[in-house]
Design a protein. Structure first.
Length: 117
């Protein structure tokens, strides 16, 4: 594990009696996971290595999926292509909606003109 952050005692994000170290794993899976380590400020001894709850672990593991930074440039290009395809579907849907709206507007105008005539 590699220490990436230290929170000193008395800080609002830490404990009043402990140094809080945030450590990052060494493997590709655990490199995204952070583990809090508490060290007693008075004695300097390791107090506890805490395990994060399962839902926070799941959130941290899924973060690379959200940002697309786990597969390198080929995966980012693939995601960009999927984004462009989704945008094209959206534009096509808006176009069809506008054409259909215009068609029905003209259709109802012709019906009302026929009824009045």
């Amino acid at each position: 594990m590699k220490v990436v952050s230290i929170v000193y005692p008395g800080n609002i994000y830490g404990s009043p009696y402990h140094y809080l170290f945030w450590a990052q794993g060494n493997t590709p899976l655990t490199s995204r996971l952070y583990s809090p380590i508490l060290v007693d400020a008075r004695s300097g001894k390791l107090d506890k290595v805490l395990e994060m709850p399962f839902y926070l672990r799941a959130l941290e593991v899924s973060r690379p999926l959200h940002f697309g930074d786990y597969g390198g440039m080929p995966l980012k290009v693939l995601w960009a292509l999927f984004d462009v395809m989704a945008i094209m579907v959206l534009i096509g849907g808006v176009y069809l909606w506008m054409v259909r709206r215009k068609f029905y507007k003209n259709y109802f105008e012709r019906l009302s003109n026929e009824e009045t005539a």
